[in-house]
Write a protein that binds this ligand. Structure first.
Ligand code: B1M
Length: 233
């Protein structure tokens, strides 16, 4: 059967997920949307669809991009297909109805336009009850500072996917220190090339390996802050 005629709904879960990895690789947005809906209809949780079908598919794209098998135009199509799938999941992940646990300002740093991971973190944070102000990509220090001033967040999240852009995180953290507001805000950083050592070296409070860790870390910091407040009362 030609791929065009493939009936996604007839595939068992494993084959469907494998096919979705192929469709993400080929940048087939419509097929990704259909696949996401089928998995949800079959009772998969939005988080499972996100991690097993979409994030894993994007990991495969990343390997071939690194190895020079895929190029920017193709990866852009994959990214668009991924975003279309994420758009379906976003309201479902945010549907907890939990009271707001805190506020986060997040953005991808200056010079960097990768936003899939950052969007995922924003989605998961909203799902966990955080109010999220998303500054988008290519965020310079002035935009971070203006947003912090305007929104008074508990947490600042920064994302970087390039080894050339990740040092910019230090520029932002140093600016917080010079304004005398570093201690008022928890700074969490993430992105594929980062690690704990790097986070410590730029003065961040924590490195978050993925979106789930970002949520757990943010919650832990909020809890610590609440405990300190209780102890002071
Ligand atoms: Co780019 N790119 N890219 N790219 N791209 C990488 C990052 C690269 C590793 C590919 C490779 O060579 N293997 C490589 C960087 C190499 C390096 O720096 N050492 C690279 C390169 C070189 C480039 C260009 C320079 C290519 C060129 O133009 N020649 C260029 C740079 C453009 C720029 O930013 N100025 C470029 C462009 C692009 C596209 C536009 C085509 C596209 C981006 C589309 C978009 O985002 N809208 C793209 C993509 C898609 C990738 C890969 C393939 C996938 C990234 C992704 O979305 N992953 C990537 C390969 C890779 O990472 N292995 C690659 C899926 C996402 C869910 O994971 O972003 O890691 P991730 O996010 C995770 C965690 O890291 C963490 O949680 C997320 C969810 O679990 N996390 C956070 C991320 N941010 C966080 C923030 C937090 C907490 C956790 O705050 C609290």
């Amino acid at each position: 059967m030609a791929d065009d005629d493939l009936d996604l709904s007839a595939l068992p879960d494993d084959d469907l997920v494998g096919q979705m990895h192929d469709d993400l690789y080929d940048g087939l947005k419509d097929e990704i949307e259909i696949g996401v809906r089928i998995l949800l209809d079959r009772g998969w949780t939005p988080y499972r669809v996100l991690t097993e079908a979409l994030v894993e598919g994007m990991r495969i794209v990343g390997v071939d991009f690194r190895d020079g098998i895929l190029f920017v135009p193709e990866v852009l199509l994959s990214a668009n297909a991924m975003k279309a799938g994420m758009a379906i999941l976003k309201p479902l992940l945010a549907e907890t109805g939990a009271p707001k646990t805190g506020k986060m300002v997040i953005g991808t740093v200056k010079g960097d336009i990768h936003d899939i991971g950052k969007n995922l973190v924003a989605m998961m944070m909203e799902g966990a009850g955080f109010e999220v102000v998303d500054l988008g990509v290519n965020t310079d220090v002035d935009r971070y500072l203006a947003a912090i001033d305007e929104h008074q967040p508990d947490i600042l999240g920064m994302s970087a996917l390039l080894t050339t852009t990740m040092p910019y995180m230090k520029v932002v953290i140093d600016a917080l220190a010079s304004k005398g507001i570093r201690e008022q805000i928890v700074v969490l950083v993430g992105g594929a090339p980062l690690n704990e050592e790097f986070a410590a070296s730029v003065g961040a409070d924590a490195y978050c390996r993925d979106a789930a860790v970002a949520v757990e870390t943010a919650k832990a910091f909020m809890q610590r802050r609440a405990n300190r407040r209780d102890a002071a009362d």
